[in-house]
Design a protein around this ligand. Structure first.
Ligand SMILES: Cc1cc2nc3c(=O)[nH]c(=O)nc-3n(C[C@H](O)[C@H](O)[C@H](O)COP(=O)(O)O)c2cc1C
Length: 213
């Protein structure tokens, strides 16, 4: 394996909102290619019950964007104004800007599980969510490797049923996220600032980060 390339992919797959190319068409094949790669992700009991809903219809994207806007725009504008640290302020401002541009992002992808998740039991909930989330992240990594970008969003789930009705998603399925997908404007993304792993890693027992030893 070319470790440098793999590390670059893993450290620079960012939440892309302001650098989505709204004018460049995205072909069906590249989306399917990324889904094929994502389907190598694990699922509990090897159930492989992922479903991918790809939305390119302009009317449906506009309707999804309306719902997304109604859930998030006001809150995100407020949060952007109130945030004290600059990185968080930038995140909220970018997220707020996406509520305005979402309809124009050429492809919306909703990763689903063909199952209804029972969130009352930790074992079943963790198993079900982890049967779609790794595939979703692989999809975003695959996009990045091909010059496309996206951002993991969950905002529309506050009005999940309306989006389900719009797209014919049965109430036996679960939507996990909404990915606005486009080619990125430039491909030079950088690793984000994160704390040293030693400060958040415990060894053998909870409580003493390995960096303190
Ligand atoms: C579970 C989850 C939900 C998220 N929901 C939203 C969302 O609804 N809207 C949005 O613009 N970003 C959303 N994000 C993106 C985060 O804001 C973003 O990942 C974070 O700020 C870190 O940025 P980075 O991924 O570039 O490091 C979500 C991320 C995760 C993991």
């Amino acid at each position: 394996m070319d470790i440098a390339t793999v590390d670059e992919l893993l450290t620079t797959t960012r939440a892309v909102r302001n650098r989505l190319d709204l004018d460049r068409p995205v072909g069906r094949e590249v989306i399917l290619e990324c889904i094929r790669l994502a389907m190598q992700a694990p699922t509990a009991s090897n159930a492989q019950d992922w479903r991918w809903l790809v939305i390119t219809d302009a009317g449906k994207r506009a309707a999804i964007a309306d719902i997304y806007h109604s859930v998030g725009a006001e809150y995100l504008a407020y949060a952007a104004k109130e945030a004290s640290d600059p990185q968080t302020r930038r995140v909220y401002a970018g997220a707020q800007a996406l509520t305005e541009t979402l309809a124009r992002v050429p492809v919306h992808v909703i990763p689903c599980l063909d199952n209804r998740i029972d969130n009352s039991n930790l074992l079943t909930a963790a198993s079900a969510w982890a049967s779609i989330i790794p595939a979703g992240w692989s999809f975003l990594l695959a996009l990045r490797s091909r010059g496309l970008g996206s951002v993991w969003t969950t905002m529309h789930l506050a009005r999940e049923r309306e989006v389900a009705e719009l797209l014919g998603i049965p109430d036996t399925a679960t939507q996990a996220a909404l990915f606005p997908v486009a080619y990125t404007i430039g491909t030079d993304f950088r690793p984000a600032k994160r704390p040293p792993a030693e400060t958040i890693t415990y060894w053998d027992a909870w409580g003493h980060p390995v960096g303190e030893r």
